[in-house]
Design a protein around this ligand. Structure first.
Ligand SMILES: Nc1ncnc2c1ncn2[C@@H]1O[C@H](COP(=O)(O)OP(=O)(O)OP(=O)(O)O)[C@@H](O)[C@H]1O
Length: 267
């Protein structure tokens, strides 16, 4: 039986730390995130090193409270780190002032959350282009058509969210994230609110967007089936990356999770 060892999820440790390598869309180095102080201090991330490969689909798994959402939020610039560094492309986030950080989140990062976060008064197309409208950017029509086709929404663009199924609404949220051609998309349980069929559909479209559009996606999930759509699974336990798996299958992910439960968490 394999032992849990703390591992660095770094694609190429020899070149690690330089930032901006074209093969890496996002990078974390020695990231610590602590909440509170004194006796109530919680170390949610404990010196995490990770490279997110460009054009790949990465899943982040681990028990409740292991730091998955915190890692995602720190890598997406939604939360600051206590120490360590995070890069999106060649940009190191802690060096940015709030205004530049907001701009980077808007221009370089796409988000897909469990709740679809669509505006009820706008139709599907208007929801998809809203972030670009707010940023005053003209959508690239050809790209938009490809995105809409990739996520299978061609016949639904004039529908408002309440005229769409949950799966279709989440596909609108996926298209919205893809439309601006972000450097990277972060998803926090993007299929958490969907039944298994609609979830499979959305995961299939996320997979397509990696294979056909070259998108980079990072997704937090508890679900081994969802993780099996990814190219690589990172396992967090107690704020550290303890393992990873390439080309996961649902069975292999489930087995690995069972092994973690049997042997307890890394402390
Ligand atoms: N705002 C906060 N203040 C204090 N502690 C926090 C805060 N946010 C998270 N934590 C703590 O940090 C640790 C990691 O939390 P996080 O939400 O990242 O875990 P998770 O793996 O995403 O969990 P889950 O699967 O339950 O969503 C937990 O111990 C949590 O209690």
């Amino acid at each position: 039986m394999r032992r849990h060892t703390v591992t660095t999820a770094v694609a190429n440790p020899r070149t690690g730390g330089s930032g901006g390598s074209t093969a890496v869309a996002a990078r974390a180095r020695q990231v610590v995130k602590a909440y509170g102080a004194g006796e109530t201090r919680v170390v949610a991330l404990d010196h995490v090193d990770v490279d997110i490969a460009r054009g790949a689909f990465t899943a982040i798994m681990g028990p409740s409270g292991s730091g998955k959402s915190t890692l995602m939020h720190c890598m997406a610039g939604l939360d600051s780190v206590t120490s360590g560094q995070v890069w999106i492309g060649g940009t190191e986030l802690s060096s940015l002032k709030e205004k530049k950080l907001t701009q980077l989140r808007r221009d370089k990062i796409g988000f897909i959350f469990q709740a679809f976060n669509l505006l009820p008064t706008l139709n599907a197309l208007e929801n998809i282009t809203l972030p670009m409208d707010i940023a005053g950017r003209k959508p690239d029509r050809e790209w938009l058509d490809r995105v809409v086709e990739t996520v299978g929404l061609s016949g639904r663009l004039k529908h408002r969210p309440n005229q769409l199924s949950g799966g279709q609404q989440q596909r609108v949220a996926v298209a919205r994230a893809l439309a601006a051609r972000p450097e990277i998309i972060f998803g926090d349980e993007p299929t958490g609110n969907l039944d298994s069929r609609a979830g499979a559909e959305v995961l299939g479209f996320l997979r397509n967007s990696v294979d056909e559009l070259g998108q980079t996606i990072v997704m937090v999930t508890h679900d081994p089936v969802a993780a099996s759509y990814a190219d690589r699974v990172l396992y967090l336990a107690d704020g550290r990356i303890v393992d990873e798996m390439q080309r996961p299958t649902a069975e292999a992910v489930l087995d690995r999770m069972k092994a973690f439960d049997t042997f307890g968490r890394v402390s």
